[in-house]
Design a protein around this ligand. Structure first.
Ligand code: SF4
Ligand code: SF4
Length: 151
């Protein structure tokens, strides 16, 4: 797959994303199925001295369900968005007929990137600056770390 195909509208390099072809969703689906088969929810619901740690079962189920549901089988550009759902950046680019935000003169002041900031910091806009400098086929070695905890 070419670099452009892996480069999302927002400047994210999808190949680095935790959700793309992840293993955890399949593992979570398997665990969900198994726990349902053995009715572990009923076991967890009963007050007992043994296994008090199972009390927050509902919260655990929500997390497990979310883990199952956040797999991207394809990159943003060919899969329709993060976890298969389009975002406002993607919709904005498509409305403007842009290949990506690097074609937009409003990028530095655009606030549509705010929802990416908690986990990715300024990475998407940093990547976009590199795409502008080196071109869509040659920018990828210059990309920033995907997540804020990566050094
Ligand atoms: S869906 Fe939006 S945030 Fe996710 S990679 Fe695509 S353009 Fe970026
Ligand atoms: S306004 Fe420009 S930078 Fe912001 S999402 Fe739309 S195309 Fe991208």
């Amino acid at each position: 797959m070419e670099v452009k195909d892996q480069t999302a509208y927002c400047g994210i390099y999808c190949k680095d994303c935790i959700h793309l072809n992840n293993e955890y969703s399949e593992l979570a689906k398997g665990l969900q199925k198994h726990l349902k088969e053995i009715e572990f929810d009923k076991y967890a619901a009963i007050d007992s001295e043994f296994g008090k740690e199972f009390k927050p079962w509902d919260k655990f189920s929500i997390v497990l369900s979310k883990l199952s549901d956040t797999q991207c089988e394809k990159p943003c550009r060919s899969g329709g968005g993060c976890s298969g759902k389009p975002c406002k950046i993607m919709e904005c680019c498509q409305d403007k007929n842009f290949a990506g935000c690097w074609e937009c003169s409003d990028i530095e002041q655009c606030d549509k990137f705010d929802f990416l900031e908690p986990r990715c910091g300024d990475m998407p806009k940093m990547n976009i600056r590199e795409i502008r400098k080196y071109g869509i086929d040659n920018w990828v070695d210059k990309r920033a770390n995907f997540y804020i905890w990566q050094k």
